[in-house]
Design a protein around this ligand. Structure first.
Ligand SMILES: NC(=O)c1ccc[n+]([C@@H]2O[C@H](COP(=O)([O-])OP(=O)(O)OC[C@H]3O[C@@H](n4cnc5c(N)ncnc54)[C@H](O)[C@@H]3O)[C@@H](O)[C@H]2O)c1
Length: 250
């Protein structure tokens, strides 16, 4: 079945998915909502600078803007469309997370969380009954974190909820792991700023009843906040949502 896909935000990650969709005949791009999107693709669909309720209609809306943009627009979109959401730190706001769940339940829509810059969310989710501790260390360059440190230093250590407040654009993977596993208060985050690195790297340590997992993921930082892997993994997540098999949050 042909599915129409809209984009809320369309920068580094969004453009890769638009390119991916355009290479297939199975699904269509319904609209792009973004204040500065330049249509190099000749999409032939409406491009709007801000929400236009009569135009922004699609079976699935992919959010790849910011956590604030997601929060501002989910009230409309979750009434009408399923959503695949990249700005996962938004759900560290408990009131917003509950509202999003209520909207999905009331309107029969679904909210999908991609694995994004890491992998293994499905396995973490499956291990929930056994989990005793989940910790994530992220190492990024100061520029990527919006800082100007000249020496390596720990810039955050504590519950994932606080990391999402302090670094909302950098710890979406922490938020995704928290949702999949032990929640925002019981998952522990550490963020390290290191001027020597040219990668975004994440080390996830999971201990539980009879289990011990270590995941180490590193991706070249190619400018901006998003590393090499996420735009590529986003296309796989989109395919699985369109085919019905991605990790479902609500
Ligand atoms: N889940 C993950 O693992 C993961 C990994 C990397 C990035 N991210 C997140 O994904 C999101 C997108 O990342 P990116 O690298 O593509 O960012 P980007 O900066 O390249 O693109 C963001 C886009 O959002 C648009 N935008 C800004 N304000 C908007 C508004 N009011 N309405 C609509 N669009 C608006 C911008 O114009 C831009 O095109 C960010 O929130 C980022 O933190 C998540």
């Amino acid at each position: 079945m042909m599915t129409s896909v809209g984009f809320l935000g369309c920068g580094k990650i969004g453009k890769e998915m638009v390119r991916h969709l355009r290479a297939q005949a199975d699904h269509s791009v319904a609209f792009v909502q973004s204040p500065n999107f330049v249509d190099d693709f000749d999409l032939g669909c409406p491009v709007v600078r801000q929400l236009d309720e009569s135009i922004c209609q699609a079976d699935l809306v992919v959010e790849c803007a910011t956590a604030d943009v997601l929060k501002q627009h989910s009230e409309f979109y979750l009434r009408n469309s399923d959503m695949l959401v990249f700005s996962v730190t938004a759900f560290s706001d408990e009131a917003f997370a509950q509202r999003a769940q209520s909207l999905c339940q009331a309107h029969g829509t679904h909210l999908y969380i991609p694995h994004g810059a890491i992998l293994g969310l499905d396995g973490i989710c499956d291990a929930r009954p056994l989990l005793k501790s989940v910790t994530i260390d992220t190492i990024k360059s100061p520029a990527s974190l919006g800082r100007s440190d000249r020496e390596r230093q720990v810039v955050y250590e504590g519950p994932t909820r606080g990391a999402c407040v302090e670094y909302p654009r950098n710890v979406n993977v922490h938020a995704a792991v928290a949702i999949a596993g032990m929640g925002f208060d019981d998952t522990k985050s550490r963020i390290i700023s290191d001027p020597a690195v040219t990668t975004n790297s994440h080390a996830i340590c999971i201990e539980g009843d009879g289990i011990s997992f270590r995941l180490e993921i590193s991706s070249t930082a190619s400018g901006g906040i998003t590393g090499r892997y996420t735009p590529v993994s986003a296309c796989g997540s989109l395919d699985r949502v369109l085919g019905g098999g991605e990790f479902r949050f609500v």
